[in-house]
Design a protein around this ligand. Structure first.
Ligand code: ZN
Length: 188
């Protein structure tokens, strides 16, 4: 297993729709094992394959709630349904999220409160996840990655301008920029 470099905003793989996983090969299994290790090292609550440069429709997630209940897994070829968004502006304290592909920053974003995700696991078994709150946010964020959408693409105009400024300053927003957890420590 290995910690993989994580692509940063601007790399084309992050901005293009990923392809369906036709078959869970040994290569895909190895990728997923590396993705778990990379996600934990970052640390992050989710990681989609395009973030490590692989344009496939799969993501890992890992989250521990206030009651210390761990929630962790992988979704392959997921389909997502979500409840309609509540109208209004996001609360910066309660509704801010971050992304390992725009590391070290957080911005407020309104997400649906409830989602249903279905897909398969490593063994081809059906997975069906119905969650709300922060878990629903994680599912929407990771699912977006598979369609080539970063959360920063969904921000208000003002925050989007801030994102562009940060990207310019750090030399992001172009192809081939990545960081490696444990080496670069951009998240933490
Ligand atoms: Zn992300």
């Amino acid at each position: 297993m290995a910690v993989l470099p994580i692509r940063i905003m601007g790399d084309p793989v992050l901005h293009s729709p990923a392809s369906v996983v036709e078959e869970v090969t040994d290569e895909v299994r190895a990728l997923i094992a590396d993705m778990f290790e990379t996600m934990d090292a970052a640390p992050g609550v989710g990681l989609a394959a395009p973030q490590v440069g692989i344009p496939l429709r799969l993501y890992t997630y890992s989250y521990v709630d206030d009651d210390d209940r761990p929630w962790r897994g992988v979704l392959i070829n997921p389909v997502l349904w979500m409840a309609p968004l509540e109208p209004g502006d996001p609360d910066p304290d309660l509704e801010s999220e971050g992304c390992l592909s725009f590391p070290g920053e957080r911005f407020p974003l309104r997400r649906s409160e409830r989602v249903l995700v279905s897909g398969t696991d490593l063994d081809g078994a059906d997975v069906r996840i119905e969650v709300d709150g922060w878990r629903a946010r994680i599912m929407q964020h990771e699912f977006d990655h598979l369609d080539g959408i970063l959360y920063v693409d969904r921000l208000s105009d003002g925050d989007w301008k801030t994102v562009q400024k940060i990207a310019r300053k750090r030399g992001w927003g172009r192809a081939g920029v990545s960081w490696t957890p444990g080496i670069d420590d951009l998240e933490g």
